[in-house]
Design a protein around this ligand. Structure first.
Ligand SMILES: NC(=O)C1=CN([C@@H]2O[C@H](COP(=O)(O)OP(=O)(O)OC[C@H]3O[C@@H](n4cnc5c(N)ncnc54)[C@H](OP(=O)(O)O)[C@@H]3O)[C@@H](O)[C@H]2O)C=CC1
Ligand SMILES: CC[C@](O)(C(C)=O)C(=O)O
Length: 328
C-alpha cells in the first residue's frame, strides 16, 4: 500500500486515449472538467435530459451511454450507484473491448457483485475523497483533493499507471492518492458516510438544535451554534487537525470539549458504530439499499420529506439569504 503524488503519475499515458465520463452529476461534471483542463480527451455518456443539456452547454461532446462506451478506451461510471448495474449491462458492456479500462469512483457494485466485468478489461477505481463540487472548486484554485486508487483486475499490466494518470488529471495526486482495495474503499466509505460524515453529523446537529429550542432558546441562535459554526470549526480541523481547532477556540471551550465530548459520544455510541460496520461488512446494508430501490424507495422518500421539513432547514434558509457572499 502506497501514497502517490504528482511525480509518480504520467499524464502522457492518457495522451492517445479517449475517456468517457458516464454521468454528469456531482462527480461527473467535476471529473470531466478537471480532466479536460489537464489536456485529456473526454466525451460524456448520458441519456437525454437535464445533464445532457448542461454538459453540452459546458462545451463537451455528449453521446448516448452506448456510443460513448464503445468509443472510449477508459470508461468512468459516474451514475448513481443504484442504477449502475442496469446501465452497465444494457449499454456499457456491449461496447467493451479487450484492453479497455472500466473505472469507478466507489466500489459498491463491483464489491457486492452487481457488476462482473469480463476478464480481458482492466477494472480500477479512482475515488476522490470529496464531494464533486469541491473536486472542481479546489482544482480551479490550483490544488486537488486526496483520492483513493484500487486495481481490481489488471488485464493489460498497465492498469495502475492508467488509473494514476487519471487521478493526476483530476488533481488528486497534488494532495495524495492512497492505494487501497475495492473492499476497503467500499466498507470504509459506507461507514464514514453513515456513522460520521452524514448520518452521525446530521443527527448530532439536529439533536443539539432541538435541545436548545425545546429549552426555550431562539431557533436563530440554535442554528448559528449547532450548524453554522460547525463549518468554521471543521475548517480549523481540516487545516491543522484537532489541535489547531483547540488552539483557536477559547480555553473555556477547550475545557468544555474535554469534559463533555465523551458524555455525548459514549461507549454505547461506539458499540453501535461497530454494529453499523458489521452490517456493512456482511452486506446487510447493501441488500437493504438494493431492495429499497427495487420497491421504489418508500423509506428513502418518506424520510427525505420529513427531513426537509425540520425547523433547522426553515430557519437556516432564512438566515443564509442574508449571507450573500456564501457559495450556495
Ligand atoms: N457525490 C459525490 O461527491 C461522490 C460520489 N461518488 C460516487 O460517484 C458516482 C456518481 O455519484 P454522483 O456524482 O453523486 O451521482 P449524481 O446523482 O450526482 O449524478 C448522476 C448522473 O447520472 C446521470 N444518470 C442517472 N441515471 C442515468 C441513466 N440511466 N442513464 C444515463 N445517465 C444517467 C444523471 O443524469 P440525468 O440528469 O439525466 O438524471 C446525472 O448526470 C457514484 O458511484 C458515487 O458513489 C464518490 C465520491 C463522492
Ligand atoms: C461523504 C459522502 C461521500 O462518501 C463522499 C462525498 O465522499 C459520497 O458518497 O457522496
Amino acid at each position: 500500500m502506497h501514497m502517490y503524488y504528482d511525480n509518480h503519475a504520467d499524464l502522457s499515458v492518457l495522451a492517445n486515449k479517449t475517456v468517457a465520463v458516464i454521468g454528469y452529476g456531482s462527480q461527473g461534471h467535476a471529473q470531466a472538467q478537471n480532466l479536460r483542463d489537464s489536456g485529456v480527451n473526454v466525451v460524456i455518456g448520458l441519456r437525454p435530459g437535464k445533464s445532457w443539456q448542461q454538459a453540452e452547454a459546458d462545451g463537451f461532446e455528449v453521446l448516448t451511454v452506448k456510443e460513448a462506451s464503445a468509443r472510449a478506451d477508459v470508461i468512468q461510471l459516474l451514475l448513481p450507484d443504484e442504477y449502475q448495474a442496469k446501465v452497465y449491462q444494457e449499454e456499457v458492456a456491449p461496447g467493451l473491448t479487450a484492453g479497455n479500462m472500466l473505472l469507478f469512483s466507489h466500489g459498491f457494485n463491483v464489491h457486492f457483485g452487481q457488476i462482473v466485468p469480463p476478464e480481458d478489461v482492466d477494472v480500477a477505481m479512482v475515488a476522490p475523497k470529496s464531494p464533486g463540487h469541491l473536486v472542481r472548486r479546489v482544482f480551479k484554485q490550483g490544488g486537488g483533493v486526496p483520492g483513493l486508487l484500487a486495481v481490481h483486475q489488471d488485464a493489460t499490466g498497465q492498469a495502475k499507471q492508467v488509473a494514476l494518470a487519471y487521478a493526476k488529471g483530476l488533481g488528486c495526486t497534488k494532495a495524495g492518492v492512497f492505494e487501497t482495495t475495492f473492499r476497503e474503499e467500499t466498507e470504509t466509505d459506507l461507514f464514514g458516510e453513515q456513522a460520521v460524515l452524514c448520518g452521525g453529523m446530521t443527527a448530532l446537529v439536529k439533536a443539539g438544535f432541538e435541545t436548545l429550542v425545546e429549552a426555550g432558546y431562539s431557533p436563530e441562535i440554535a442554528y448559528f451554534e449547532c450548524l453554522h459554526e460547525l463549518k468554521l470549526i471543521v475548517d480549523l480541523m481540516y487545516e491543522g487537525g484537532l489541535s489547531r481547532m483547540r488552539y483557536s477556540i477559547s480555553d473555556t471551550a477547550e475545557f468544555g470539549d474535554y469534559m463533555t465530548g465523551n458524555r455525548i459520544v459514549t461507549d454505547a455510541t461506539k458499540e453501535e458504530m461497530r454494529q453499523v460496520l458489521r452490517e456493512i461488512q456482511q452486506g446487510e446494508f447493501a441488500k437493504k439499499w438494493i431492495l429499497e430501490n427495487q420497491a421504489g424507495r418508500p423509506s428513502y422518500n418518506a424520510i427525505k420529506q420529513q427531513e426537509a421539513n425540520h425547523p433547522i432547514e426553515e430557519v437556516g434558509a432564512k438566515l443564509r439569504q442574508m449571507m450573500s457572499w456564501m457559495q450556495k
